[in-house]
Each structure stands twice: as C-alpha cells, then as structure tokens.
Ligand binder design. Structure first.
Ligand code: DGY
Length: 321
C-alpha cells in the first residue's frame, strides 16, 4: 500500500475500488451530506491524499492540520473551495477535473437560457396549478432565442462549447475574456467586447468564468443597469460572481427580463431566498455537469489523479498557481 487517503463523500463502488487497489482508504459514508468540518479537520491529520468535493472548504486551518498530505484532488473543474496558495506553500499538489464536463455543462447552460427565455418552468407550474384558462394571444410570451445576441463572459472550454450551440440557433456571439482570444474569433465567428459593451448589446449574458475574489460581484447593480430590459442573465459558473441582492431588485423592478441560475452564493440556497420568490427566475441546484456519464468521468479523473500523484508524483490535470 502506498499510503492512506481520505474521501469526503461516498463515491460509486467502481471508483472506490480503483483507489482501494493502491491505498488504504477512509471515506465519509454519506452520498448527499457533506463531511462535517470537525471530521475533516481530524481525518486530514494522517492522510497522504484527499479526494474532495466543491462543498468542502479546504482552507489554511484544514491544511495546517495536514501532517503528510501530498495531494488534494477536487472532484470539480472549479477549485475556489481550496486555498491553492496555502497548498502550494506546503508543496501539496492540487488537481481538478477539466475537459470531461465541458459539453454537459454547455448543454445545461443552453437549456437554462431557453427555459428562462421561453418561461418553461413558469408555464409548466401554471398548468399544474390548474391556472390554464384558455389559449391566449400574449399569455406566457417570452423572448426569441433564434437569431438573438449572446454575450459570454469567460471564454474557456465551456464558453467555446456554448458558442457551437448558439451558432446552431444563428445567434450573434459576443464574448469577453480576461485575455482576448483573437485566434478564436475567426475560428468560431465571435466578437470581442469589453464587459460594459457586452452587457449593453447582448440579449443573453452567460457567465462562464471561474470564481476568484477578483470577480466577486462582477455583476452588480451598475452592470445590471446596463443590460437591456429584455435581457436575460444566465449563471452556471459560481454564485459569488453575481450580487444576488442587486439581481433580485433588477428582476423585481423589471430592469431585466429574466435570469437562469444554477449556482448561488450560499449553497444550498435557502428556500426563503428572495430570488426564489420571483416567477422570472429559473433556479436549479448546481446541476451543470450532472449527467451520469459526466459525473462518472469526473470521479474517475479525480481518482486517477490521486493514484497518479501518490504512485508517481505526477498529476494528470494539475491546477496551476
Ligand atoms: C465544477 O466542476 O466546477 C462544477 O461547478 C460542478 O461540476
């Protein structure tokens, strides 16, 4: 055996087996309940590797307790739950799961866009509540997707995959990225805009950038005020990118048309959260990558990273600092 690893959530048997072939494992045996912090703080002390989820905060305090830890494998592409600088200071390798969830997350982003534009959830609720009186000319009318302008903030893998879907709907695609990607503009038929112009010109604004303190509340009151009254905001990245209070007021006062949110600042979002009271918001419980195949690919990649680092010192998909 090459050491001991801790897994912060009950994973499918074939993934656990893959890890057990190499290491002694300890695992939090719950599928839907995150490991309590005090348990994590205790378990981290002796282990060589950690396989964790985005619900686990791996901060200075956790890392200070780790005596032998060599690798943290996050079962997600986003890693804002991990203090990567603190990990680097202790020479701990951090890995994530890029690539394997790209298409699935782009699918969900487009689904959310369409659902918000065409009021799919609101319409379904009306029918189920017995409120469908008669087919009426302007009842439950929404916004067209075909031929509209899509603005993507954050042109990474998922952003690019979203462009391909948008092109199938003849959309005009604008993008903002921290570093302009001129080579992609020609290849994908997209146009660069600064955030301000993008917000003003787009019918749909999709947030697909990684979260860091630098983009905390990137979309706030002033930014929402730039959007069209018919504009729709879609967030499948991280909740902290949007000022939820400002978004609530913009939606309530019909400054913007609608929003589709797969992520929230606090997850699970409290059921009495103001945003959940609005009919023009489609809300989902962070399911961007949630297809069976993709979630298994993510788990396999996280497990492969764990085995690879602890047996050969090489990560397959390391997070760069
Ligand atoms: C991620 O991987 O960062 C997503 O938020 C969950 O798939």
């Amino acid at each position: 055996m090459n050491g001991t690893v801790y897994i912060t959530r009950k994973l499918p048997e074939e993934i656990v087996e893959k890890i057990t072939n190499h290491f002694h494992i300890k695992m939090w045996e719950e599928e839907t309940i995150p490991v309590p912090r005090e348990v994590l703080l205790k378990e981290i002390v002796e282990v060589d590797g950690l396989l964790c989820l985005l619900t686990d905060l791996i901060d200075e305090e956790v890392l200070a307790n780790a005596q032998h830890l060599r690798v943290i494998c996050n079962l997600a592409v986003g890693y804002n739950n991990i203090d990567i600088e603190a990990a680097a200071r202790k020479n701990i390798i951090v890995t994530n799961t890029p690539g394997v969830l790209t298409e699935t997350t782009a699918d969900l982003t487009f689904a959310l866009l369409m659902a918000a534009a065409r009021r799919v959830v609101e319409s379904s609720d009306m029918l189920r509540n017995g409120e469908w009186g008669a087919w009426s000319l302007m009842q439950l009318t929404g916004q067209d997707v075909y031929g509209a302008t899509l603005g993507i903030i954050g042109l990474g893998r998922i952003g690019e995959a979203l462009v391909k879907r948008a092109k199938g709907f003849d959309m005009n695609v604008l993008y903002y990225n921290r570093t302009r990607k001129q080579e992609k503009e020609q290849e994908l038929g997209i146009h660069f805009r600064e955030v301000k112009e993008l917000l003003q010109q787009a019918d749909f604004v999709c947030l697909l950038l990684p979260y860091s303190p630098a983009v905390h509340h990137l979309i706030g009151k002033e930014e929402l005020a730039l959007m069209k009254r018919t504009g729709i905001l879609i967030n499948t990245a991280r909740g902290g990118i949007v000022d939820e209070d400002a978004l609530y007021h913009a939606l309530k006062e019909r400054q913007i048309w609608a929003a589709g949110l797969d992520v929230f600042e606090q997850e699970p979002v409290p059921v009495d959260h103001a945003l959940l009271s609005l009919p023009n918001v489609v809300t989902l419980p962070h399911i961007g990558s949630a297809s069976i195949q993709t979630r298994m690919s993510m788990a396999n990649l996280a497990a492969d990273n764990l085995v690879s680092v602890l047996t050969s010192g090489q990560a397959i998909t390391p997070v760069d600092i």
